[in-house]
Design a protein around this ligand. Sequence first.
Ligand code: NAD
Ligand code: AKB
Length: 320
Amino acid sequence: MEATTGNRILVTGALGQIGTELVEALRARFGIDAVVASDVRDMPDHPVVIGGHYRHLSVIDADAFDAVIVEEGIGLVYHLAALLSVSAEKFPELAERVNVGGLITVLEAARKHSLRVYTPSSIAVFGPDSPNHAPQVTPLNPTTVYGRTKVTGERLARNYWNQYGIDVRGIRYPGLISYKAPAGGGTTDYAVDIFHEALANGHYDCFVRADTRLPMMYMDDAIRATISLMDAPAESLGESRVGYNIAGISFTAAELADAVAARVPDFTCDFKPDVRQEYADSWPDSIDDELARQDWGWRAEYDLDALCDAMIAGLQLSSI
Ligand code: NAD
Ligand code: AKB
């Protein structure tokens, strides 16, 4: 194993929904020079690109990845590059290459250069046989392509920790709701799109049934959870370190539409389920996060009202 190359932080998939806000939070905490953002996309006007150091980098290209680790003096990788559930179902081979192959690129670099790694998992690891209130430990039999890549990701991460002592950590994020970047090809995107459409057009055609209940979370809580997990002392984390359940808010699509209607006069919502209903139906309604609370003090702050207020205020401010 080569020595750690440095103390800087690399974020992969940094132009996506989470990366946009995680990079901002990391730059605010550690300084602009400490953070290297990267993605396979070229978006010169993106706030992440304008706001600091940016490298074009595909996580499928292991040689290029290794070179960036050495050139930039990286010691910690937040590995966000992935295809989400709807994109993965459309492009299963690419999903395998990016979600599983890309993670292997990162873990191999971690083994060579003694890197610490954060790699997110998802509520999509659970399948229809999981209890509706999903426990931390239960058989993981997802029916989506995406969910299977996430289960494989957790297994790989755990192996690199057990076999090579790599400090790998991860969270099974619920559906994340935010306004600073668009949601990227997932099933839970309706809970983001509804706010954009409500403010722009006063109406939303929701692609899941009104009674669809899923675990969700406001992005501020997710970013705080991510940074807290990486701050936690290694000895406080157990076998679940590569995929902690964290709970935010669990609501139905109808409850969300009602909460939006209470804030946007004359808003209407129709429910027109499509194939994404199947993916949503295969996931649990809510998440048991007792272990994350015990091991590293996790606790969500946003409820549905606080989330709706923050989304509407954020979107209104950014449209000025
Ligand atoms: P996103 O789709 O918004 O962003 C992913 C980014 O990865 C994109 O900017 C894309 O360009 C980039 N990317 C794709 N292929 C790449 C490659 N080969 N090399 C480098 N970059 C590549 O996704 P997100 O919502 O920011 O999700 C980030 C991580 O969090 C993923 O692992 C995802 O599975 C997980 N997650 C997200 C949610 C959510 O609701 N957003 C929920 C659970 C888990
Ligand atoms: C998706 O819907 O694919 C993501 C997720 C829950 O992992 N938001």
